[in-house]
Write a protein that binds this ligand. Structure first.
Ligand code: DAT
Ligand code: MG
Length: 140
C-alpha cells in the first residue's frame, strides 16, 4: 500500500462542541499525519459545490445548510493507505451503525450531523484536496 493523502473535514457539530483536538488525536493514533489544516466558514454555495455529487439527493439542502452553519476544519491527512484508513477511523455514515471506538460512534449526533467527512477514493481525494488547498500549503 502506498503513502496517500486524503481530505478530511471536521464538521460544524464537532467544532461547536470543541472536539477538534479529540478528533485529531484519533487520526494521529491511527498513524495519519495532519499535513495541512485550516478553520474556515463555508457559504451554502461553497458547500454545495463541494458536495455536488449529492445534489439530487433529498438531504442535499439540509446537508449544505448544516455545512455552512458554523466553522469547519479542513485538513489533509497523509499516511499508508490514508484514504481507506481514514474511512475506518471515521466509522459508518450513520453513527448507529458505526463500530465502537470510531469517531462517529463516539462523537456523531445523527446521520446528518456526523462530525467528520473523508474522501472515499483516490480521485475524490485529489479533487477535494485541490478544492481547499494550494500546493504551497501542503508540507509533507
Ligand atoms: P459519508 O460522509 O460517510 O461519505 P455520504 O457521502 O453518503 O456519507 O453522505 C455525505 C453526507 O451527507 C453524510 O456524511 C451526511 C449526509 N447524509 C447522508 N445520508 C443522509 C441521510 N439519509 N439523511 C441526512 N443526511 C445524510
Ligand atoms: Mg461521502
Amino acid at each position: 500500500m502506498a503513502i496517500e493523502r486524503t481530505l478530511s473535514i471536521i464538521k460544524p457539530d464537532a467544532t461547536a462542541r470543541n472536539l477538534t483536538g479529540k478528533i485529531n488525536a484519533k487520526f494521529e493514533e491511527a498513524g495519519l499525519r495532519i499535513v495541512a489544516q485550516k478553520r474556515i466558514l463555508l457559504t451554502v454555495g461553497q458547500a454545495g459545490t463541494f458536495y455536488a455529487v449529492h445534489k439530487e439527493r433529498p438531504f442535499f439542502g439540509e446537508l449544505t445548510e448544516f455545512m455552512a452553519s458554523g466553522p469547519v476544519v479542513v485538513q489533509v491527512l497523509e499516511g499508508e493507505g490514508a484514504i481507506m484508513k481514514n474511512r475506518e477511523v471515521m466509522g459508518a455514515t450513520n453513527p448507529a451503525d458505526a463500530a465502537p471506538g470510531t469517531i462517529r460512534a463516539e462523537f456523531a449526533q445523527s446521520v446528518g450531523e456526523n462530525s467528520v467527512h473523508g474522501s472515499d477514493s483516490p480521485e475524490a481525494a485529489a479533487e477535494e484536496i485541490a478544492y481547499f488547498f494550494s500546493g504551497l500549503e501542503l508540507v509533507g
